[in-house]
Design a protein around this ligand. Structure first.
Ligand code: HXC
Length: 257
């Protein structure tokens, strides 16, 4: 892996992926995205991983797709490169995925953070969809996920002006879970990941899938989907363990079975 660093055991059951093109502010070139897709698939298949943190560095989570790589491309080149099939695979990650964002999260960087399940931001974070300033528009979900997260008026403002918002604003709009001082954002992301990693990993996967389904369907179908996943949870040993532990007034020991 040239452009990402993977630590499978950042903490017990918690893995960390760091985007690692610091000189380019972690601009997301095709190779980086391919590496990220492969790493997430690998972690998804690893029973010792129950939650994943995706971060950049203090200065940049990611300043967007690599403009230099795209600058001379034609529409047909872009169609053939089909970078979004990689993004689609990333979106299908089954395990809980937390973005730990400091500095720039712009364009594809903001879209990547929104592809994650939750976002912890540092006080220096800057979110934005500045593609309009370079003659294009968001292409990796920005017009859809940002609108669902913060509503039409603010999403329209960010997408049409390219303005940035701070971590504080992002929290107030519901884009981000929590904003903390820059020295704390990795600690905060880890605390959240550790808390989730204590749960049954199968229940977490089923629950994540059901929450995500709410973005893709209407209420009746979403409720049917939720119920099926709820019933499926009763096929796990973890469900027996969780409920027995409650009755016996002890801490559950989940095995992911
Ligand atoms: C390629 C980038 C880059 C990017 C920064 N760099 N962002 N290279 N693609 N998206 C490079 C710069 O060229 C420069 O390299 C180095 O990183 C440092 O950047 P500076 O501009 O010198 O830093 P600074 O003055 O601090 O400004 C930071 C910045 C600015 C405000 C984030 O770099 C910026 O505006 N970047 C572009 C943001 C953007 O438009 N993102 C959307 C991209 S389109 P050199 O070698 O010159 O020193 C997009 C589409 C997504 O994301 C949909 C498809 C997936």
């Amino acid at each position: 892996m040239e452009f990402i660093k993977v630590n499978k055991q950042y903490d017990k059951y918690v893995a960390l992926i760091e985007l690692n093109r610091p000189k380019e502010l972690n601009a997301l070139n095709l190779q980086l995205m391919g590496e990220l897709r492969d790493a997430l698939k690998d972690l998804d298949n690893d029973d010792d991983v129950r939650a994943i943190i995706l971060s950049g560095n203090e200065k940049a989570f990611a300043a967007g797709a690599d403009i230099k790589q795209m600058a001379d491309k034609s529409a047909i080149d872009m169609l053939k490169i089909d970078q979004f099939s990689t993004w689609d695979q990333i979106r299908k990650t089954k395990k809980p995925l937390i973005a730990a964002v400091s500095g720039f999260a712009l364009g594809g960087g903001c879209e990547l953070a929104m592809t994650c399940d939750m976002i912890i931001a540092s006080e220096t974070a800057k979110f934005g969809q500045p593609e309009i300033k370079i003659g294009v528009m968001p292409g990796a979900g920005g017009t859809q996920r940002l609108t669902k997260a913060i509503g039409k008026a603010k999403a329209m403002e960010l997408v049409l002006t390219g303005r940035f918002i701070s971590g504080e604003e992002a929290v107030s709009y519901g884009l981000v879970n929590k904003v903390v001082p820059v020295e704390m954002y990795m600690y905060e992301a880890l605390s959240l990941a550790k808390e989730i990693a204590q749960m049954s990993p199968i229940a977490a996967q089923l629950a994540k899938e059901a929450v995500n389904r709410s973005f893709e369907t209407h209420l009746d179908e979403g409720l049917t989907f939720e119920r099926k996943n709820f019933y499926l949870a009763f096929a796990t040993e973890d469900q027996k363990e969780g409920m027995a532990a409650f009755v016996e007034k002890r801490k559950p020991e989940y095995k992911g079975k």
